[in-house]
Design a binder for this molecule. Structure first.
Ligand SMILES: [Zn+2]
Length: 348
């Protein structure tokens, strides 16, 4: 069992409201930032106060409400945006990196991502080609024509992806955050994205896990980024390397804080492998010829037919990640998943 270490946060999660801003340790603040129109409801940003410098981890989804919540959180900690000197983002998804551009404009802080994360503003190419290639990918995965429009990216997606902040810094595994007065170590945890990072603060007994480890849900691992060969294999490896001890308090980017990391790692591993076994069982029947065919046969919480739009896209990309993983383990998959959907190719 994991144990919840933040009763107020947990109560807020259950009541479907925004949890309070909290000081987790002296100089370590949890600031919930609303994630509008999403069942996750908020991203937990963390403020790490150093010696006349401070880091803001995962500023959250870009919105006016989110900005107000972030500024109110900083004010509770007695700081303003100009006191933030580094913006550290666990991965490039817009509910983490989205507000970095706005915060950088207000603070002048640098933005840092893990060294293997795709570089949004260096994505290049023609948006229409990007949309076409994305559609082709899903067509190759057996998605019927009538669903292609809703699962594939649109031109707005391109605009949104290329508008988010470019990192000025890259963080390597084992490196300390370059913030005076902090002793926080970067732990590379690829899987959810190619360059996902966690942050370990040993002195405070804290680990910031981003989306890699959450208390309640299993993070989405999908075949998506073009530079991510075997996301699920990476994810399982990252679960294996992150056991920093049962006494560490886990500060995830969503939901609520807890203790019991080894237990949670084991649960996530079990769920992931159980899903892979389910995919194998579908393959064993020998009737599935495409990613779509396999996805239809898997168990989904509200049934496959309830999956629409972006959720359907995620479900297909998750199935594809299992097929790639199984193929890499020597299972005869016999289904074409030769490349991920064309997330814009990062520049070298
Ligand atoms: Zn997230």
């Amino acid at each position: 069992m994991i144990s919840v270490t933040a009763p107020e946060q947990f109560k807020a999660w259950q009541a479907k409201v925004l949890p309070p801003v909290e000081e987790v340790r002296p100089g370590v603040w949890s600031i919930p930032v609303p994630f509008i129109n999403n069942p996750m409801r908020y991203t937990l940003a963390y403020l790490l106060v150093g010696d006349r410098e401070s880091a803001l981890v995962d500023p959250g989804w870009d919105s006016d409400e989110g900005w107000e919540a972030l500024m109110a959180g900083l004010a509770t900690a007695g700081l303003g945006p100009e006191d933030v000197t580094g913006i550290v983002v666990t991965h490039f998804h817009p509910d983490h990196l989205g507000m970095a551009a706005r915060l950088r404009a207000a603070s002048g802080a640098w933005v840092a991502l893990g060294e293997n994360e795709p570089l949004p503003t260096h994505w290049r190419g023609d948006p229409l080609q990007f949309v076409d290639e994305d559609r082709e990918q899903f067509a190759a995965w057996g998605v019927p024509a009538e669903y292609l429009g809703e699962v594939s990216f649109q031109e707005e997606t391109w605009a949104q992806m290329t508008a988010i902040a470019a990192p000025q810094r890259r963080l390597a595994d084992g490196e300390l955050l370059p913030i005076s007065g902090l002793q926080v170590r970067v732990l590379a945890t690829p899987g959810h994205t190619p360059g996902h990072i966690a942050l370990v603060d040993e002195a405070n007994g804290l680990i910031l896990t981003g989306d890699h480890v959450l208390p309640r849900i299993t993070p989405h691992v999908s075949l998506e980024a073009a530079n991510h060969v075997n996301p699920l294999g990476d994810y399982l490896h990252s679960l294996g390397i992150m056991d920093v001890g049962a006494e560490m308090e886990v500060l995830p980017a969503h939901e609520y804080r807890f203790r019991g990391l080894p237990t949670r790692l084991a649960e996530l591993r079990f769920h992931t492998l159980e899903r892979s076994r389910e995919v194998m069982a579908v393959l064993a029947v020998g009737e599935a010829a495409t990613v779509w065919d396999v996805s239809r046969e898997l168990t989904w919480s509200r049934g496959f037919d309830s999956l629409r739009g972006f959720t359907l896209r995620l479900a297909l990309a998750e199935t594809a990640s299992h097929l790639v993983y199984l193929g890499a383990r020597g299972v005869e998959v016999g289904i074409d998943v030769s490349r991920g959907a064309p997330t814009p190719t990062p520049a070298p």
